[in-house]
Design a protein around this ligand. Structure first.
Ligand code: MN
Ligand code: MG
Length: 657
């Protein structure tokens, strides 16, 4: 059974059947529930982001790691075996994959239309759901039409259309909480009516992230203060137990207007359990640290049960509550938290599905699935120039340029009205698909003309999220020095040296847009392939300018980048996590799609903001895909010519420096 057991999943709770079969839960509580004791299983999905089918619409291929249709099999299993259960969703439902974009940008939501994720949730049968931050991405009108079709209640306490003196005086956008009367059966088979209070929260940062939709229309409150106001009211209204639906991560122990407020929220008197989300992680589990108040192994916060069911349907979160009535008042006498994954990663990194999809759930959105497939395969915009990466490592490149442009556009919108609004915004992007170990076909290659959504996966391979960092001129320079480790040192006057360092991954070759610079290959690299300082006095970056003037060490800039780089990935100077000024809720990929949809026709022509410093009489060789030949004439300002065949199907080119 150990092969099915992961950290955070209680070993005694699960036994495995044959390989690949679903997990069967034998809950210890079921046997123990005595007369007067009620065992309630609270199930949670979170951050589904429109994933119903086990399908990656960007890659246009089936995947085993996502989809409510799969998670629903765990739900069905639990319902079959548990006497009393409750199913809630924790928000981030209507946005986050091309199906969400298809509904929002193409099909639309007219009065009476069903949103596919809500349609699927109706089939699964939810007891309640809260509203995640991404629910606001398409505006309030779209949101209201999307949630209208649900046959379960929505709860959200900290967003109001009109604020009063305190939370309880607010006119909230959705009802702040609901108290469900549920008939439950105790250990002796006797029925009781349990009043289950459910209250919902979303990060107050929605006011920044979706300012254009929300400013003037809604106001937000601190999650914990809102809970402190409403929980006593729920008690007065007769709630026997109270479960917080917190679309908010497990973060700091205290603070005002926290984005990730689930820790202090669990500490609020009267809250019995917290279902969390927003982080796209699994709790209990090793991604969280055990602290004085968080037990990441048991799944408790302030001693109360909490859970986070991953994202995109990857896991079902389960909180088991054993309830006992004392003097007419129900209280939690014991509890357990666990998650059930829908797939597992094997040692060879392959994926095995642990549950099958439920056909009725698939059927409910089959039409929207088919329409989304057509949508990702058809043009959503146009590109005036081809988007390819064949020369991304030797010249400024359109496939990297478009990522930079979209990031810069987005971060500019996000920082408007903040204390950083006056700073110049640069944008860092690297070619992800640039041959190397991926082989001679492993390049981005989107011809001029129509751009389809599935092409965006080609432009931006990883599901990173956008970050902005604040750096000095000196850090911009060293960031570029780190990037320039891509190249071998070239001896002046030499011919046909190999240009690219095969140890250096292309995803660490950041081009920074918004400044101009030259890379002097005669110098050794300042940094080693892991970012270690090798040659402190070396200086490959020359003529670094901003707006035509030299970049000085003390200047300040914002760089738009991704979560990987900003939090220390690749060990770039100025990007160790401490310089982050903005953590976006959106993926770089979504931002690129949004940019293309809004622009209609994009102009991705590279602006040649970087080049190699001239080295009279020197040449180098580099490999690229054979299809590079189609684009050789588009190159401007560089002297590149074919130089025969390279190894393993690559084409060889000569660059005259
Ligand atoms: Mn989310
Ligand atoms: Mg550029």
């Amino acid at each position: 059974m150990s092969r099915y057991t992961q950290p955070g999943m209680s070993r005694r709770s699960f036994i495995a059947t044959t390989a690949g079969a679903s997990l069967i839960a034998l809950h210890p509580f079921s046997a123990r529930a005595a007369a007067g004791q009620v065992h309630l299983r609270v199930m949670e999905t979170t951050d589904l982001h429109v994933h119903v089918f086990p399908y990656d619409y960007y890659g246009d291929r089936p995947v085993d790691t996502v989809g409510l249709a799969r998670t629903a099999s765990h739900i069905a299993d639990i319902r079959a075996e548990a006497t009393n259960s409750l199913l809630v969703d924790n928000g981030d439902l209507i946005q986050g994959n091309p199906m969400g974009d298809y509904i929002a940008y193409e099909r639309g939501m007219s009065d009476g239309d069903m949103h596919p994720i809500v349609e699927a949730m109706n089939v699964v049968g939810f007891d309640a759901a809260t509203i995640g931050n991404h629910e606001f991405n398409y505006g309030l009108d779209f949101l209201k039409k999307s949630t209208a079709g649900a046959n379960f209640p929505w709860v959200l306490a900290n967003v109001a259309t009109k604020q009063g003196a305190g939370p309880r005086d607010d006119t909230t956008l959705y009802q702040p909480y609901v108290i469900l009367d549920r008939t439950v059966v105790d250990g002796s088979g006797a029925e009781h009516t349990l009043k289950i209070g459910l209250i919902g929260f979303t990060p107050p940062q929605i006011m920044n992230w979706d300012r254009r939709h929300l400013e003037g229309n809604v106001e937000v409150r601190d999650i914990v203060k809102t809970a402190e106001a409403f929980v006593p009211e729920m008690k007065e209204a007769g709630a026997d137990i109270i479960i917080a639906l917190s679309h908010s991560g497990i973060g700091p122990e205290s603070g005002d207007m926290l984005e990730n407020a689930s820790v202090p929220l669990a500490g609020v008197d009267g809250v019995d359990a917290v279902v969390t989300g927003h982080h796209h992680l699994v709790f209990p589990g090793p991604k969280y640290e055990t602290t004085a108040v968080v037990d990441a192994e048991k799944g408790t916060i302030h001693g109360k049960p909490a859970v986070m069911g991953g994202f995109w349907g990857s896991h079902l979160g389960v909180i088991d509550l054993m309830l006992e009535a004392e003097g007419g008042e129900w209280r939690v006498v014991s509890h357990e938290s666990a998650t059930r994954p829908i797939s597992k990663r094997n040692e060879d990194r392959s994926i095995t599905a642990l549950v099958e999809s439920r056909q009725d759930v698939l059927d409910s959105v089959q039409q929207e699935h088919d329409e989304t497939l057509a949508y990702v395969r058809r043009a959503v915009g146009k590109t005036a120039a081809p988007l390819h990466s064949y020369f991304a490592l030797v010249a400024d490149d359109p496939s990297v340029q478009i990522v930079s442009i979209a990031q810069k556009w987005y971060v500019g919108e996000m920082l408007a009205g903040t204390e950083y609004a006056g700073l110049p915004i640069l944008s860092a992007a690297a070619p992800f698909k640039a041959g190397g170990r991926g082989g001679p076909e492993y390049y981005t290659d989107v011809p001029a003309g129509d751009v389809a959504i599935k092409n965006v996966a080609d432009l931006y391979l990883y599901p990173n999220t956008v970050r902005a960092v604040k750096v000095t001129g000196a850090e911009v320079r060293d960031w570029l020095e780190r990037s320039a480790g891509m190249f071998n040192q070239v001896e002046a006057g030499s011919s046909d040296q190999l240009l690219l360092n095969p140890e250096f991954p292309s995803y660490n070759f950041d081009v920074i847009d918004g400044v101009t610079y030259e890379i002097d290959l005669s110098q050794p690299s300042k940094f080693g392939p892991k970012g270690e300082m090798m040659n402190p006095d070396a200086n490959r970056i020359k003529n670094l300018t901003f707006n035509g003037a030299p970049v000085t060490d003390g200047m300040e800039f914002v760089i738009a980048t991704n979560n990987y780089r900003a939090s220390g990935g690749g060990s770039f100077p100025g990007a160790d996590g401490s310089t982050i000024i903005f953590e976006a809720p959106d993926t770089n990929r979504d931002v690129i799609v949004r940019y293309i949809v809004e622009q209609g026709t994009i102009q991705p022509s590279a602006d040649a903001n970087w080049r190699f410093a001239p080295m009279e009489g020197s040449s180098v060789l580099f490999e690229t895909g054979p299809k590079a030949a189609d684009y050789i004439d588009d190159l401007k300002g560089v002297d590149i010519a074919p130089a025969g065949e390279g190894a393993e199907g690559f084409a060889l080119y000569r660059l005259n420096l």
